[in-house]
Design a protein around this ligand. Sequence first.
Ligand SMILES: Cc1cc2nc3c(=O)[nH]c(=O)nc-3n(C[C@H](O)[C@H](O)[C@H](O)COP(=O)(O)OP(=O)(O)OC[C@H]3O[C@@H](n4cnc5c(N)ncnc54)[C@H](O)[C@@H]3O)c2cc1C
Length: 449
Amino acid sequence: MSERITIVGAGPVGSLLALTLARRGYEIDVFERRPDPRRGGVAANRSINLAVSTRGLHALHRVGLDREVLDSAVPMLGRMVHALDGARTFLRYGQDDSEFINSMSRGALNRLLVEEAEKTGRVRLHFQERLIAYDFERQLASFSGPAGLVREVAAQVIIGSDGSGSVLRTGMPGVRASEDVLSSGYKELTIPPLSGGGFRLEKGALHIWPRGHFMIIALANQDGSFTCTLFLPFEGTTSFARLHSAAEINEFFDGYFGDLVPLIPELASHFQVAPAGKMVTVKAEPWSHGTALIIGDAAHSVVPFFGQGMNAGFEDVTLLDQLLGDDLAKSFATFAERRKPDTDAIAELAIENFVEMRDKVADPVFLLHKAVESELQKRFPGQYLSRYQLVTFTRIPYSAARRAGQIQSEILNELCAGVTNAGDVDYLRAFVLVRSRLSPLLREHGLQV
Ligand SMILES: Cc1cc2nc3c(=O)[nH]c(=O)nc-3n(C[C@H](O)[C@H](O)[C@H](O)COP(=O)(O)OP(=O)(O)OC[C@H]3O[C@@H](n4cnc5c(N)ncnc54)[C@H](O)[C@@H]3O)c2cc1C
């Protein structure tokens, strides 16, 4: 086979796709608007590190890179919740130490994938080439090069992994797309390592400082530093719009994140120069037109609160690879049709998790539900899997995980009615509810419960 495929965008999804398709024998041209990531510089306006979990690791495993990625990641076993008074509560993600997510440097992951794609000998990388238009009739792509020079390239088969602002998506005939920008944005700050290279917080947890309509999270990096992300409304009484002077910034951090302040040197000046990023949910339909397809964030950007955007994009690559047949147009259409309900589901779940992380981790009813849920996980191991576990540690469709989450909420509401303490729950009844309502759904999706 010597079919040529043009890929637009060498972000994590485009570079993994190039590698996966090249291994199948396709000849690939990748056009990326930025310079080569191996020559320094991390992608702007994106997180420094991100959480890689089962779906992403499975896609990496299929190209033999999961071990390498895990070796350079920091495992996180649960959330460490930091209360306003400095008290800390650890909430485990899974059942035991075997279930964890992995904090990974975005830049390092992207460089690895680009490098491995190129090593196949079937992938030609064209950096500093921005897609400006694609003529779907004539199957010609126009790229603007480093000196602003525009050239036309024949691209009979084209896949846009060009991120949430996808040019290929925008031009797709008949496409209907919505782009919902969250009213909150984010800024990143760094907690440096201790002088000997140690960590200033527990490294094996994702740290959260929930404060109602805003929060900070921190993920460890291998060098001992932590990347902190403040999620805050752009406008309003407590918002980025109100944090300009050093005095305003210091007062805000002293008041809400007192235990963090000593860990971040020159906090106010770093805050002032850090850009405030936007978060967007993109929903589009259709994803394909003949032999043109969009994938990853280009088709379904989600807000980052389930740590699934890239994992979902990697899972796209797995599914597409499994569905590819001789008729590429047909394979693309089948892929889009199968995948869309699941990416719609993770988009909703990500928004729900935003509310959960931001508001609810300080709410007593939520904490009771979490305590009962953790008891159910312990008492019925392998049978009661939380929504988080299903999304993060299994590969059942996102839409099934979402449905399971709805069933679990009903079960927890019933079990917790009139109860203030996890010890007072009727666990015999819980068993009956789990077996009769949750297990059939999970079994339907291949889980041995
Ligand atoms: C703050 C934050 C934290 C996140 N944390 C996580 C996490 O923990 N776990 C997780 O799984 N996901 C996370 N995500 C989501 C994740 O970043 C995205 O889902 C992922 O980057 C999508 O990859 P992609 O390759 O589809 O798109 P992108 O990463 O956006 O890559 C697109 C590429 O296309 C290039 N490009 C764009 N336009 C053109 C053009 N016209 N021509 C040529 N090239 C072009 C870009 O330069 C870029 O290299 C997070 C996102 C944010 C904002």
